[in-house]
Design a protein around this ligand. Structure first.
Ligand code: NAD
Length: 352
Protein backbone atom coordinates (compact mmCIF):
# COMPACT_ATOMS: atom_id res chain seq x y z
CA UNK A 1 0.00 0.00 0.00
CA UNK A 2 1.34 3.42 -0.98
CA UNK A 3 1.42 6.01 1.82
CA UNK A 4 -1.57 8.36 1.83
CA UNK A 5 -3.32 11.13 3.75
CA UNK A 6 -7.08 11.05 4.13
CA UNK A 7 -9.12 13.93 5.56
CA UNK A 8 -12.88 13.33 5.68
CA UNK A 9 -15.07 16.32 4.91
CA UNK A 10 -18.09 16.93 7.09
CA UNK A 11 -21.39 16.63 5.29
CA UNK A 12 -24.66 14.96 6.15
CA UNK A 13 -26.33 12.94 3.39
CA UNK A 14 -29.98 11.85 3.31
CA UNK A 15 -30.59 9.48 0.39
CA UNK A 16 -33.75 7.77 -0.81
CA UNK A 17 -36.96 7.97 -2.79
CA UNK A 18 -39.16 10.50 -1.07
CA UNK A 19 -36.27 11.82 1.06
CA UNK A 20 -37.45 15.35 0.28
CA UNK A 21 -40.17 14.83 2.90
CA UNK A 22 -37.41 15.19 5.52
CA UNK A 23 -36.56 18.72 4.42
CA UNK A 24 -38.16 20.63 7.30
CA UNK A 25 -36.64 18.29 9.86
CA UNK A 26 -33.22 18.81 8.30
CA UNK A 27 -33.59 22.60 8.25
CA UNK A 28 -34.48 22.44 11.96
CA UNK A 29 -31.47 20.22 12.62
CA UNK A 30 -29.27 22.93 11.05
CA UNK A 31 -30.75 25.39 13.54
CA UNK A 32 -32.16 27.50 10.69
CA UNK A 33 -35.57 29.14 10.43
CA UNK A 34 -35.40 31.43 7.41
CA UNK A 35 -34.50 29.68 4.19
CA UNK A 36 -33.83 31.40 0.89
CA UNK A 37 -34.65 28.89 -1.87
CA UNK A 38 -32.42 29.00 -4.97
CA UNK A 39 -33.08 27.65 -8.46
CA UNK A 40 -32.64 28.36 -12.15
CA UNK A 41 -35.57 30.05 -13.94
CA UNK A 42 -36.34 26.66 -15.54
CA UNK A 43 -36.72 25.00 -12.13
CA UNK A 44 -38.87 27.73 -10.55
CA UNK A 45 -41.72 25.24 -10.03
CA UNK A 46 -39.40 22.94 -8.03
CA UNK A 47 -38.26 25.91 -5.94
CA UNK A 48 -41.90 26.79 -5.26
CA UNK A 49 -42.52 23.21 -4.13
CA UNK A 50 -39.62 23.53 -1.69
CA UNK A 51 -40.93 26.84 -0.40
CA UNK A 52 -44.38 25.29 0.09
CA UNK A 53 -42.86 22.37 2.00
CA UNK A 54 -41.02 24.79 4.27
CA UNK A 55 -44.06 27.00 4.88
CA UNK A 56 -43.22 29.89 7.18
CA UNK A 57 -39.57 28.79 7.26
CA UNK A 58 -39.10 29.92 3.64
CA UNK A 59 -38.43 33.65 3.35
CA UNK A 60 -38.18 33.82 -0.42
CA UNK A 61 -37.15 32.32 -3.75
CA UNK A 62 -34.25 33.53 -5.90
CA UNK A 63 -34.69 31.84 -9.28
CA UNK A 64 -31.98 33.43 -11.39
CA UNK A 65 -29.15 30.89 -11.10
CA UNK A 66 -27.24 30.48 -14.38
CA UNK A 67 -24.21 28.54 -15.55
CA UNK A 68 -20.77 29.57 -14.18
CA UNK A 69 -22.07 31.91 -11.42
CA UNK A 70 -21.58 35.42 -12.87
CA UNK A 71 -20.41 37.79 -10.13
CA UNK A 72 -23.40 40.08 -10.81
CA UNK A 73 -25.86 37.25 -10.07
CA UNK A 74 -23.92 36.28 -6.95
CA UNK A 75 -24.07 39.89 -5.70
CA UNK A 76 -27.79 40.09 -6.40
CA UNK A 77 -28.47 36.83 -4.57
CA UNK A 78 -26.33 37.88 -1.61
CA UNK A 79 -28.26 41.17 -1.38
CA UNK A 80 -31.60 39.34 -1.46
CA UNK A 81 -30.42 36.94 1.26
CA UNK A 82 -29.38 39.90 3.41
CA UNK A 83 -32.59 41.88 2.84
CA UNK A 84 -34.75 38.89 3.73
CA UNK A 85 -32.65 38.02 6.78
CA UNK A 86 -32.09 34.48 5.49
CA UNK A 87 -30.20 32.17 7.84
CA UNK A 88 -29.69 29.37 5.31
CA UNK A 89 -29.87 28.71 1.57
CA UNK A 90 -31.68 25.75 0.05
CA UNK A 91 -30.34 25.07 -3.44
CA UNK A 92 -32.46 22.80 -5.63
CA UNK A 93 -30.94 21.97 -9.02
CA UNK A 94 -27.65 21.18 -10.64
CA UNK A 95 -24.15 22.58 -10.34
CA UNK A 96 -25.23 26.07 -11.42
CA UNK A 97 -27.74 26.49 -8.61
CA UNK A 98 -25.56 24.87 -5.98
CA UNK A 99 -22.71 27.09 -7.22
CA UNK A 100 -24.84 30.15 -6.54
CA UNK A 101 -25.50 28.87 -3.02
CA UNK A 102 -21.75 28.54 -2.57
CA UNK A 103 -21.22 32.13 -3.72
CA UNK A 104 -23.64 33.29 -1.01
CA UNK A 105 -22.02 31.06 1.63
CA UNK A 106 -18.53 32.31 0.75
CA UNK A 107 -19.38 35.81 1.82
CA UNK A 108 -21.98 35.31 4.53
CA UNK A 109 -21.13 31.89 5.99
CA UNK A 110 -24.80 30.90 5.58
CA UNK A 111 -25.16 27.11 5.68
CA UNK A 112 -26.39 25.44 2.49
CA UNK A 113 -28.81 22.58 2.21
CA UNK A 114 -28.41 21.17 -1.29
CA UNK A 115 -30.97 19.11 -3.20
CA UNK A 116 -29.15 17.96 -6.34
CA UNK A 117 -31.20 17.13 -9.42
CA UNK A 118 -28.31 16.41 -11.83
CA UNK A 119 -25.22 14.21 -11.43
CA UNK A 120 -22.60 17.01 -11.50
CA UNK A 121 -21.57 16.50 -7.86
CA UNK A 122 -20.97 20.09 -6.72
CA UNK A 123 -22.95 19.42 -3.53
CA UNK A 124 -20.15 17.20 -2.19
CA UNK A 125 -17.27 19.60 -2.79
CA UNK A 126 -15.76 22.66 -1.11
CA UNK A 127 -14.94 23.97 -4.61
CA UNK A 128 -16.48 27.27 -5.70
CA UNK A 129 -16.39 29.12 -9.01
CA UNK A 130 -17.29 32.71 -9.82
CA UNK A 131 -17.08 34.37 -13.23
CA UNK A 132 -15.98 37.99 -13.43
CA UNK A 133 -15.36 39.82 -16.72
CA UNK A 134 -15.53 36.52 -18.59
CA UNK A 135 -12.95 34.76 -16.43
CA UNK A 136 -14.02 31.96 -14.12
CA UNK A 137 -12.02 31.77 -10.91
CA UNK A 138 -12.24 28.64 -8.83
CA UNK A 139 -10.97 27.83 -5.38
CA UNK A 140 -11.55 25.68 -2.32
CA UNK A 141 -13.10 26.85 0.93
CA UNK A 142 -14.77 24.60 3.49
CA UNK A 143 -17.39 27.31 4.18
CA UNK A 144 -19.03 26.54 0.82
CA UNK A 145 -19.38 22.79 1.39
CA UNK A 146 -23.13 22.17 1.79
CA UNK A 147 -23.93 21.25 5.39
CA UNK A 148 -26.67 18.80 4.42
CA UNK A 149 -27.49 17.11 1.11
CA UNK A 150 -30.83 15.50 0.32
CA UNK A 151 -30.61 13.06 -2.59
CA UNK A 152 -34.09 12.14 -3.75
CA UNK A 153 -33.99 10.15 -7.01
CA UNK A 154 -37.61 11.10 -7.76
CA UNK A 155 -36.42 14.66 -8.41
CA UNK A 156 -34.04 13.52 -11.13
CA UNK A 157 -36.78 11.79 -13.13
CA UNK A 158 -37.46 15.03 -14.99
CA UNK A 159 -33.82 15.44 -16.06
CA UNK A 160 -33.95 15.04 -19.87
CA UNK A 161 -32.34 11.84 -21.13
CA UNK A 162 -29.61 13.69 -23.07
CA UNK A 163 -28.55 15.68 -20.03
CA UNK A 164 -28.83 12.59 -17.82
CA UNK A 165 -26.29 10.79 -20.00
CA UNK A 166 -23.82 13.67 -20.25
CA UNK A 167 -24.23 14.60 -16.59
CA UNK A 168 -23.63 10.95 -15.65
CA UNK A 169 -20.41 10.85 -17.70
CA UNK A 170 -19.41 14.19 -16.14
CA UNK A 171 -19.70 12.43 -12.77
CA UNK A 172 -17.70 9.45 -14.02
CA UNK A 173 -14.93 11.89 -15.01
CA UNK A 174 -14.49 12.93 -11.35
CA UNK A 175 -14.08 9.31 -10.31
CA UNK A 176 -11.82 8.38 -13.22
CA UNK A 177 -9.37 11.19 -12.47
CA UNK A 178 -9.69 10.47 -8.75
CA UNK A 179 -8.26 7.02 -9.42
CA UNK A 180 -4.95 8.52 -10.61
CA UNK A 181 -4.96 11.65 -8.45
CA UNK A 182 -1.57 12.62 -7.04
CA UNK A 183 -3.21 12.92 -3.60
CA UNK A 184 -5.50 9.89 -4.04
CA UNK A 185 -6.26 7.46 -1.25
CA UNK A 186 -7.79 3.99 -0.98
CA UNK A 187 -11.15 5.19 0.36
CA UNK A 188 -11.66 7.52 -2.58
CA UNK A 189 -10.57 4.81 -5.00
CA UNK A 190 -13.20 2.43 -3.61
CA UNK A 191 -15.84 5.11 -3.99
CA UNK A 192 -14.63 5.98 -7.47
CA UNK A 193 -14.86 2.43 -8.79
CA UNK A 194 -18.28 1.87 -7.24
CA UNK A 195 -19.49 5.24 -8.55
CA UNK A 196 -18.41 4.49 -12.13
CA UNK A 197 -20.07 1.07 -11.97
CA UNK A 198 -23.37 2.45 -10.61
CA UNK A 199 -23.65 5.22 -13.19
CA UNK A 200 -22.53 3.19 -16.18
CA UNK A 201 -25.10 0.47 -15.51
CA UNK A 202 -27.85 3.06 -14.94
CA UNK A 203 -27.41 5.20 -18.06
CA UNK A 204 -28.56 2.65 -20.70
CA UNK A 205 -31.63 1.93 -18.56
CA UNK A 206 -32.44 5.63 -18.18
CA UNK A 207 -32.08 6.01 -21.93
CA UNK A 208 -34.64 3.24 -22.45
CA UNK A 209 -37.07 4.57 -19.88
CA UNK A 210 -36.24 7.89 -18.31
CA UNK A 211 -38.47 7.55 -15.21
CA UNK A 212 -37.17 4.10 -14.21
CA UNK A 213 -36.70 4.55 -10.50
CA UNK A 214 -34.10 1.81 -9.86
CA UNK A 215 -31.85 3.29 -12.56
CA UNK A 216 -32.43 6.87 -11.37
CA UNK A 217 -31.52 5.76 -7.88
CA UNK A 218 -28.34 4.00 -9.05
CA UNK A 219 -27.29 7.04 -11.07
CA UNK A 220 -27.80 9.44 -8.17
CA UNK A 221 -26.00 7.09 -5.78
CA UNK A 222 -23.10 7.01 -8.25
CA UNK A 223 -23.19 10.80 -8.55
CA UNK A 224 -22.85 11.10 -4.78
CA UNK A 225 -19.82 8.79 -4.78
CA UNK A 226 -18.17 10.52 -7.74
CA UNK A 227 -18.88 13.99 -6.31
CA UNK A 228 -17.29 12.92 -3.04
CA UNK A 229 -14.15 11.89 -4.93
CA UNK A 230 -14.07 15.30 -6.65
CA UNK A 231 -14.34 16.99 -3.27
CA UNK A 232 -11.50 15.05 -1.67
CA UNK A 233 -8.71 14.66 -4.23
CA UNK A 234 -7.14 16.76 -6.96
CA UNK A 235 -8.16 16.49 -10.58
CA UNK A 236 -5.80 16.43 -13.57
CA UNK A 237 -5.61 16.86 -17.35
CA UNK A 238 -9.23 16.05 -18.13
CA UNK A 239 -10.69 18.62 -15.74
CA UNK A 240 -8.15 21.28 -16.77
CA UNK A 241 -9.01 20.78 -20.46
CA UNK A 242 -12.74 20.97 -19.76
CA UNK A 243 -12.25 24.09 -17.63
CA UNK A 244 -10.36 25.68 -20.54
CA UNK A 245 -12.92 24.65 -23.16
CA UNK A 246 -15.89 25.70 -21.02
CA UNK A 247 -14.39 28.91 -19.69
CA UNK A 248 -12.60 30.27 -22.77
CA UNK A 249 -14.82 28.91 -25.53
CA UNK A 250 -18.15 28.80 -23.72
CA UNK A 251 -18.82 25.13 -24.40
CA UNK A 252 -21.56 23.39 -22.36
CA UNK A 253 -20.25 21.76 -19.19
CA UNK A 254 -21.57 18.19 -19.15
CA UNK A 255 -21.26 17.65 -22.92
CA UNK A 256 -17.65 18.87 -22.91
CA UNK A 257 -16.75 16.43 -20.12
CA UNK A 258 -18.49 13.64 -22.01
CA UNK A 259 -16.51 14.25 -25.19
CA UNK A 260 -13.08 14.86 -23.68
CA UNK A 261 -12.97 12.08 -21.07
CA UNK A 262 -12.15 9.11 -23.32
CA UNK A 263 -9.31 11.10 -24.95
CA UNK A 264 -7.87 12.30 -21.64
CA UNK A 265 -7.88 8.70 -20.39
CA UNK A 266 -6.15 7.51 -23.56
CA UNK A 267 -3.51 10.21 -23.04
CA UNK A 268 -2.88 8.99 -19.49
CA UNK A 269 -3.43 5.26 -20.01
CA UNK A 270 0.20 4.09 -20.07
CA UNK A 271 1.16 6.29 -17.14
CA UNK A 272 -1.73 5.15 -14.92
CA UNK A 273 -2.26 1.45 -15.63
CA UNK A 274 -3.85 0.58 -12.26
CA UNK A 275 -6.47 3.30 -12.64
CA UNK A 276 -7.28 2.02 -16.15
CA UNK A 277 -7.79 -1.50 -14.82
CA UNK A 278 -10.23 -0.24 -12.19
CA UNK A 279 -12.16 2.00 -14.61
CA UNK A 280 -12.42 -0.84 -17.15
CA UNK A 281 -13.54 -3.25 -14.39
CA UNK A 282 -16.24 -0.82 -13.28
CA UNK A 283 -17.44 -0.38 -16.87
CA UNK A 284 -17.16 -4.15 -17.50
CA UNK A 285 -15.07 -3.60 -20.63
CA UNK A 286 -11.49 -4.35 -21.71
CA UNK A 287 -10.31 -0.79 -22.33
CA UNK A 288 -11.18 2.22 -20.14
CA UNK A 289 -10.89 4.93 -22.85
CA UNK A 290 -12.79 2.89 -25.44
CA UNK A 291 -15.40 1.94 -22.82
CA UNK A 292 -16.09 5.60 -22.02
CA UNK A 293 -16.27 6.48 -25.72
CA UNK A 294 -18.80 3.73 -26.33
CA UNK A 295 -20.82 4.61 -23.23
CA UNK A 296 -21.34 8.06 -24.76
CA UNK A 297 -21.82 6.87 -28.34
CA UNK A 298 -24.27 4.07 -27.54
CA UNK A 299 -26.37 6.31 -25.33
CA UNK A 300 -26.82 9.09 -27.86
CA UNK A 301 -24.40 11.60 -26.32
CA UNK A 302 -22.22 13.86 -28.47
CA UNK A 303 -18.68 12.56 -29.13
CA UNK A 304 -17.25 15.48 -31.16
CA UNK A 305 -16.39 18.99 -29.97
CA UNK A 306 -17.29 20.28 -33.45
CA UNK A 307 -20.90 19.29 -32.73
CA UNK A 308 -21.19 21.38 -29.55
CA UNK A 309 -19.91 24.72 -30.82
CA UNK A 310 -16.10 24.42 -30.86
CA UNK A 311 -14.33 26.02 -33.84
CA UNK A 312 -11.39 24.18 -35.38
CA UNK A 313 -9.34 27.40 -35.61
CA UNK A 314 -9.50 27.69 -31.80
CA UNK A 315 -7.85 24.33 -31.11
CA UNK A 316 -4.31 25.79 -31.08
CA UNK A 317 -5.39 28.48 -28.62
CA UNK A 318 -7.08 25.86 -26.41
CA UNK A 319 -3.85 23.85 -26.44
CA UNK A 320 -1.82 26.95 -25.47
CA UNK A 321 -4.14 27.74 -22.55
CA UNK A 322 -4.11 24.14 -21.34
CA UNK A 323 -0.31 24.22 -21.32
CA UNK A 324 -0.04 27.55 -19.51
CA UNK A 325 -0.13 26.21 -15.99
CA UNK A 326 1.64 22.99 -15.21
CA UNK A 327 -0.35 20.75 -12.89
CA UNK A 328 -0.01 17.21 -11.60
CA UNK A 329 -0.94 14.64 -14.23
CA UNK A 330 0.21 11.02 -14.57
CA UNK A 331 1.82 11.79 -17.95
CA UNK A 332 3.71 15.05 -18.48
CA UNK A 333 1.99 17.57 -20.71
CA UNK A 334 3.43 17.36 -24.22
CA UNK A 335 2.31 19.89 -26.79
CA UNK A 336 2.05 17.71 -29.87
CA UNK A 337 0.26 14.87 -28.05
CA UNK A 338 -2.11 17.33 -26.39
CA UNK A 339 -2.86 19.04 -29.70
CA UNK A 340 -3.62 15.62 -31.22
CA UNK A 341 -5.89 14.81 -28.27
CA UNK A 342 -7.85 18.01 -28.95
CA UNK A 343 -8.04 17.21 -32.66
CA UNK A 344 -9.39 13.73 -31.94
CA UNK A 345 -11.97 15.16 -29.54
CA UNK A 346 -12.91 17.79 -32.11
CA UNK A 347 -13.39 15.22 -34.85
CA UNK A 348 -15.16 12.68 -32.65
CA UNK A 349 -12.55 10.03 -33.48
CA UNK A 350 -12.20 7.02 -31.17
CA UNK A 351 -9.63 7.57 -28.39
CA UNK A 352 -6.04 6.77 -29.44
P1 NAD B 1 -26.88 23.02 -14.53
O1 NAD B 1 -26.98 23.16 -13.06
O2 NAD B 1 -26.43 24.21 -15.30
O3 NAD B 1 -28.29 22.55 -15.08
C1 NAD B 1 -28.52 22.47 -16.48
C2 NAD B 1 -30.00 22.71 -16.78
O4 NAD B 1 -30.76 21.57 -16.35
C3 NAD B 1 -30.59 23.91 -16.03
O5 NAD B 1 -31.48 24.58 -16.88
C4 NAD B 1 -31.33 23.25 -14.88
O6 NAD B 1 -32.39 24.03 -14.40
C5 NAD B 1 -31.84 21.99 -15.55
N1 NAD B 1 -32.12 20.90 -14.62
C6 NAD B 1 -31.36 20.46 -13.58
N2 NAD B 1 -31.94 19.41 -12.99
C7 NAD B 1 -33.09 19.16 -13.66
C8 NAD B 1 -34.11 18.19 -13.52
N3 NAD B 1 -34.06 17.22 -12.61
N4 NAD B 1 -35.16 18.25 -14.36
C9 NAD B 1 -35.22 19.18 -15.34
N5 NAD B 1 -34.27 20.12 -15.53
C10 NAD B 1 -33.22 20.11 -14.70
O7 NAD B 1 -25.95 21.80 -14.96
P2 NAD B 1 -24.89 20.92 -14.18
O8 NAD B 1 -24.21 20.14 -15.22
O9 NAD B 1 -25.51 20.23 -13.04
O10 NAD B 1 -23.88 21.99 -13.56
C11 NAD B 1 -22.92 22.64 -14.33
C12 NAD B 1 -22.24 23.75 -13.56
O11 NAD B 1 -21.84 23.29 -12.29
C13 NAD B 1 -20.96 24.26 -14.24
O12 NAD B 1 -20.89 25.65 -14.10
C14 NAD B 1 -19.85 23.59 -13.46
O13 NAD B 1 -18.65 24.31 -13.52
C15 NAD B 1 -20.45 23.52 -12.09
N6 NAD B 1 -19.90 22.43 -11.26
C16 NAD B 1 -19.24 22.76 -10.14
C17 NAD B 1 -18.72 21.76 -9.32
C18 NAD B 1 -18.02 22.12 -8.04
O14 NAD B 1 -17.57 21.26 -7.33
N7 NAD B 1 -17.90 23.38 -7.72
C19 NAD B 1 -18.89 20.42 -9.65
C20 NAD B 1 -19.59 20.11 -10.82
C21 NAD B 1 -20.10 21.13 -11.61
Amino acid sequence: MKPFIYTAQPSRVIFGNGALAQLSEEINAMGAKKALVLSTPEQRASAQKIADLLGSHAVGIFDRAVMHVPIETAREARAVARQLGADCAVAIGGGSTIGLGKAIAMESGLPILAIPTTYAGSEMTPIFGITEAGIKKTGRDLRVLPRTVIYDPELSQSLPVGLSVTSGINAIAHAAEGLYAVDGNPIMSLMAEEGIAAISRALPQIRQQSDQMAARSDALYGAWLCGTVLGHVGMALHHKLCHTLGGSFNLPHAETHTIVLSHALAYNAKAAPQAMVRIARALQVDSAPQGIYELALHNGAPVALKDIGMREQDLDKACDIALQNQYPNPRPLERSALRQLLQNAFDGAPPQ
